[in-house]
Design a protein. Structure first.
Length: 325
């Protein structure tokens, strides 16, 4: 992982910690004004804790009895505070800081090791950095134009478009995976990126990769040729949704075929969804990636894209407009 993602994650964790402590201090000031007796009891708790510490290191014969007595006083004071809070309509933990991560109290570490919350933040920021190059948020459903489709193709694409919108609206981390299948220039990339854009607005971690770039990165990382410390498989494992665009455009070799199988297998094992876009037919997929790979993809919801290459239609329209002028 890049240092930038780590430092950004640590900054977020520290901000969470400081905010939780500041909110707790405000609540303590509130209670000090409304229930002064609790302040007296809190001060007593501080004193008994100091006395217990001294007694622990004391060599006096009755030190153990003193520790037991002080601990009992401590427990009694804590119970009295809870009772006073309850009598005044406050929860028992009102005076304590409420951390985003209870495991590490928003420090990012547990016994010297990175907490799960810190690791997740690092990956989240790494994914955001990874996606920044692709301008995912610039592609939306509102930009998808069904007027480029006619007849049966229009009817089919209306169904596909509606499904993609519903998928984004109702998305969850255990949503079904999608295989977008069809010829060049029919809108597969546009609709998959529209889903990504909508989900990112909701706070989901979406990882978008073109197949050629993906397999090139994996191969460079595998052979130690990567210029960054990013582990792409870690990002694939952590993302809420992974989108692989233009499957089949990468070089055809054993490494890429095996890498693709491992990616799909990983996502299915952790029960997280994918969207795969390809111009390949089922037969071509089986021939290129094996029957075992094809059996994995059968669990995907297949969306068949129909129509004529929109890029060519736009070029003809632009050419016609230019000639007409």
């Amino acid at each position: 992982m890049r240092k930038e993602s780590f430092h950004r994650a640590m900054k977020t964790v520290h901000e969470r910690h400081d905010a939780a402590e500041a909110a707790a201090e405000q609540r303590r000031l509130e209670i000090a004004l409304k229930i002064p007796e609790i302040t007296v009891l809190t001060n007593r708790l501080t004193q008994t804790c100091t006395q217990i510490t001294r007694a622990v290191f004391s060599k006096e014969e009755n030190a153990q009895k003193a520790i037991e007595r002080l601990m009992q006083e401590n427990l009694s004071a804590q119970e009295k505070i809870k009772q006073l809070l309850a009598q005044n309509g406050y929860p028992a933990d009102y005076l304590f800081a409420t951390y985003t991560c209870a495991a590490c109290s928003d420090t990012g570490y547990i016994d010297g090791a990175q907490c799960k919350c810190l690791k997740e933040l690092i990956v989240q920021y790494e994914i955001e950095s990874f996606n920044a190059q692709n301008q995912i948020s610039a592609v939306t459903f509102s930009q998808f134009d069904l007027s480029y489709y006619n007849g049966d193709a229009r009817t089919q694409m209306e169904r596909v478009f509606a499904f993609c919108q519903q998928y984004a609206d109702q998305f969850s981390r255990n949503a079904v995976s999608i295989l977008m299948q069809g010829g060049v220039g029919l809108g597969k990339t546009h609709l998959s990126l529209s889903i990504a854009s909508a989900l990112m607005e909701k706070g989901y971690a979406v990882l978008y990769l073109s197949a050629p770039d993906l397999f090139r990165k994996l191969q460079n990382e595998y052979y130690g040729k990567s210029e960054t410390k990013t582990d792409t498989m870690d990002l694939i494992r952590a993302a809420d949704l992974v989108i692989i665009d233009d499957l089949g455009a990468e070089l055809e070799n054993q490494f890429n075929s095996m890498a693709f199988y491992n990616i799909v297998n990983l996502r299915q094992n952790i029960m997280r969804p994918m969207i795969i876009n390809t111009n390949l037919s089922f037969k071509e997929i089986e021939q290129r990636y094996s029957q075992r790979m094809m059996s994995r993809l059968l669990s995907f919801r297949c969306l068949k894209f129909a129509g004529t290459d929109i890029r060519q239609i736009k070029m003809r329209l632009q050419y016609g407009a230019a000639m007409g002028s």
